[in-house]
Design a protein around this ligand. Structure first.
Ligand code: NAD
Ligand code: MG
Length: 388
């Protein structure tokens, strides 16, 4: 019997890498649902190639375009957030969660409710609603497998280990586009400059979040939520070569590092094959040729997002949802030229401060409360940008 697979965010960077892996073994997989956004051509093309049951665009006003692009294919077309949720309820053995941003949470929850295996690239789900996601998985006997490279690395290093033997977890960061820029120049950086990553080829938003380290801040919180470690057990290490993705430090002071090519098909392939390691057509690292791997501590003046992550973990509750909402709004502001690159962190910090005074830390985490905190944070961030 074929394995039934769905991909949420099929037209993005992670989605396309996932499709590339399915393409290697078409006899093994049967594609159920593929979802995308504005790029209807790419969505329809993938749906036709993989004979998907249904293709869904996030945008209701693009439904006619999608229907036209799928004419005579026998593939169902649908549009809108509700249709994405419905597609997540279709029985599947393995579901990739690769929508970018807070929009990835609702279909992820729906997928878990049907007891499936959820390959989680959408880190925002864990940041905004970690306890809700994990409780839902537990209640429905579903499995969450990490896809973020650092978290896949931690997961792999923990294989066969006991959590109480773990002393610390170290996630690495390339340092992003501005790691070698003089601090004073970063304020004037453009979105184009921020969107060029030294090592990884990723979507635009996550690449800019790598330059600001908002991405690493999300990943620190993701580590805490997924692996249940305490904030002071999580460290960030700058590693410009991006070949060690994470290390786990044990009480006996041994460290297990995961080394792999900086190609997301490794982490996606691991989650797709789990528990069996697949044979992947990726670069075989020649460590003699690479010669050396280097490390340094992150400079918190250069990367204020890392301090924000600590604050969010201290407040807990809906602080993750507020953080992510404010960060997404600030990124929108930077992308459309309303604020500069270094304005993003103070805006996000301000939103979290105000909202924490309003009781953010004590609120229960439900889909509704997460949505409200997200929207409130976006509104507050826009007000703060308008006042600049
Ligand atoms: P991307 O921008 O390349 O693709 C995003 C996908 O989400 C697209 O299919 C897009 O159509 C869809 N989408 C966008 N807005 C949507 C909305 N409102 N509703 C429904 N669908 C929507 O992003 P990406 O780089 O592939 O990243 C996807 C997720 O994976 C993010 O959460 C990111 O943090 C995470 N991630 C990415 C990488 C990477 O290498 N790209 C690595 C680790 C984790
Ligand atoms: Mg990552």
């Amino acid at each position: 019997m074929k394995r039934r697979v769905s991909i949420f965010g099929a037209t993005g960077s992670i989605g396309e890498s996932t499709l590339a892996l399915l393409r290697l073994k078409p006899e093994v997989y049967e594609v159920v649902a593929l979802t995308g956004g504005q790029n209807i051509d790419a969505l329809a093309k993938a749906a036709r190639e993989f004979h998907a049951e249904i293709a869904v665009t996030a945008y209701e006003d693009r439904l006619d375009d999608l229907k036209t692009a799928l004419a005579d294919s026998g593939i169902e077309a649908a549009a809108g957030a509700e249709a994405i949720d419905e597609a997540a309820c279709r029985p599947a053995d393995w579901i990739m969660s690769a929508i970018v941003g807070a929009a990835g949470l609702p279909p992820g929850l729906k997928a878990l409710e049907q007891g499936t295996t959820l390959a989680l690239a959408n880190k925002e789900s864990l940041v905004t609603a970690g306890p809700l996601l994990l409780d839902t998985a537990r209640a429905h006997n579903a499995t969450i497998l990490p896809v973020d490279s650092e978290h896949s690395a931690i997961f792999q290093a923990l294989n066969g280990e006991k959590m109480d033997a773990v002393e610390r977890v170290i996630i690495t960061a390339s340092g992003g586009a501005f790691r070698d820029w003089p601090l004073k120049d970063i304020a004037n950086a453009t979105p184009e400059q921020a969107a060029s990553h030294p090592n990884w080829d990723m979507g635009k938003r996550i690449t800019i979040d790598s330059a600001s380290m908002f991405n690493k801040a999300l990943e620190v919180i993701e580590t805490r939520e997924f692996f249940g470690v305490e904030p002071d057990q999580i460290e960030v290490l700058i590693h410009p070569e991006s070949l060690i993705h994470a290390l786990v430090g044990f009480r006996d002071k041994g460290l297990l590092a995961h080394v792999g090519p900086h190609d997301m098909r490794h982490a996606i392939g691991f989650a797709l094959g789990y528990p069996v390691r697949p044979d992947l057509p990726l670069e075989r690292l020649d460590l003699a040729k690479i010669g050396q791997l280097t490390f340094k501590a992150p400079d918190l003046d250069r990367y204020p997002a890392l301090t924000i992550a600590r604050t969010v973990m201290e407040i807990r509750g809906l602080a993750g949802a507020a953080f992510n909402g404010a960060k997404e709004a600030a990124l929108d502001g930077f992308l459309d030229g309303r604020i500069g690159f270094t304005d993003m962190a103070p805006i996000v910090t301000g939103v979290i401060e105000i909202m924490s005074r309003e009781g953010l830390g004590n609120a229960a985490i439900t889909l509704e409360s997460v949505r409200e905190a997200d929207q409130m944070a976006r509104r507050r961030a826009f007000e703060s940008m308008a006042a600049q």
